[in-house]
Design a binder for this molecule. Structure first.
Ligand code: PMP
Length: 357
């Protein structure tokens, strides 16, 4: 069996948590390292989860018809072209398993989500890292990196961990100019935070080389249940369904996600609260000499003078019970990614960074 070597800068064990152990013993610890919704899931989703919990001896739905139907209803999509996965992580893995193998190339951006590279390596393919321009996805650089071996191009929009976003015209230009055998994967994990943005659904409809991935882990507050989905042309969804196990989701996850997507009022409330405290947090940090790019997601990428200052600030925040994310593994050693928490969390972060400075 081929062993996948640990990748420099990518945490092997605790990719998602951010070192809770390091602050064990402190009270009032706030985790702002995984871009979770501080308000939690919709009450309707919690209720659906509880009800589904009575049927634990039953296998879950294998075709996810109810959830796909709900997503299609609410977002105006075609249910038959939706695939559900155990988080969008699993959809990313399916795409790599199905479309990229030895000799194939998988493009991701310099500050792109770590799982693109990990899933490409797990599939035996070669990840190709493309530079960004001042922490913004650079379509020309991606097109320049494409070769005949390119099979997948991953672009998160908004991007994690930068929070930046590029316009629909740029994304369409990328899709139009890809080599014939390449698929564009538009990762919309944070799409719901951008009011009026369809995550790329219109482009999926217009072309046959674009797939969109989405998640219930962020705005919908269901990260613990692992529900994500993808939307693409029938020929792609058919292939992905062949690598999908029949029972890849739980019925508690399916039920909660279905209720969550239908609770559009709660989702809108979370979007508004996030925008409010994101703006407040970014402005307050900038005032104390810690700038960030305008974020379109539920986190702020705080820039420090250098790696030493970012690490020292991270250590100080830990002593204050605040866990944020170091992003050196994303080629951003001088930055810390801070999830937009609730009002009290945001105020604590600003207070602590001010004291540190
Ligand atoms: N894409 C991006 C850009 C992300 O930031 C994340 C989670 N941090 C994911 C995908 C995966 O999320 P999940 O598997 O929880 O759907």
């Amino acid at each position: 069996m081929t062993m996948i070597e640990p990748q420099p800068g990518i945490m092997q064990i605790d990719l998602y948590q951010g070192g809770a152990a390091a602050v064990a013993g402190l009270e009032n610890v706030v985790k702002l390292s995984s871009n979770e919704n501080p308000l939690g899931p919709s009450p309707a989703a919690l209720e659906a989860y509880r009800r589904a919990g009575y049927d634990l001896h039953r296998y879950p739905s294998s075709d996810h018809a109810a959830l796909r139907g709900a997503i299609a209803d609410v977002l105006g999509l075609e249910a038959a072209r939706i695939i559900c996965g155990a988080g969008s992580d699993e959809i990313i893995a399916f795409l790599c398993q199905a479309y990229a193998g030895p000799g194939d190339e998988v493009i991701h951006t310099e500050h792109g989500f770590a799982m693109y590279r990990i899933s490409a390596l797990a599939a035996g393919a070669t990840p190709v890292e493309v530079p960004e321009r001042e922490r913004v996805t650079d379509v020309d650089a991606i097109l320049a990196a494409c070769t005949e071996a390119t099979r997948l191009v991953f672009v998160a929009n908004p991007n994690n961990p930068t929070g930046t976003m590029i316009g629909s015209g740029e994304i369409a230009r990328l899709a139009e100019n890809l080599p014939p055998r390449a698929l564009l994967v538009l990762d919309g994990a944070y799409a719901e935070y951008v009011e009026g943005y369809d995550g790329g659904a219109a482009l999926v409809e217009a072309r046959d080389n674009v797939v969109m991935t989405r998640t219930f882990s962020k705005l919908h507050g269901l990260g613990g249940l692992r529900v994500g989905w993808g939307y693409g042309p029938s020929h792609v969804i058919d292939v992905l369904n062949r690598v999908r196990g029949p029972f890849n989701l739980t019925h508690t996850g399916l039920a909660a996600a279905e209720a969550a997507i239908r609770d559009t009022a709660y989702a809108a409330h979370c979007r508004v609260e996030n925008a409010r405290w994101r703006g407040w947090l970014a402005d307050a940090l900038a005032e104390i000499g810690v700038p960030s790019d305008v974020s379109c997601a539920n986190f702020v990428l705080a820039r420090f003078a250098d790696r030493e200052e970012a690490e020292a600030c991270d250590e100080y925040l830990k002593t204050q019970g605040l866990i944020v994310r170091r992003v050196a593994g994303y080629n951003l050693p001088h930055c810390l990614r801070i999830t937009v928490g609730d009002e009290s969390a945001c105020r604590r972060v600003v207070h602590a960074v001010r004291q540190f400075k």
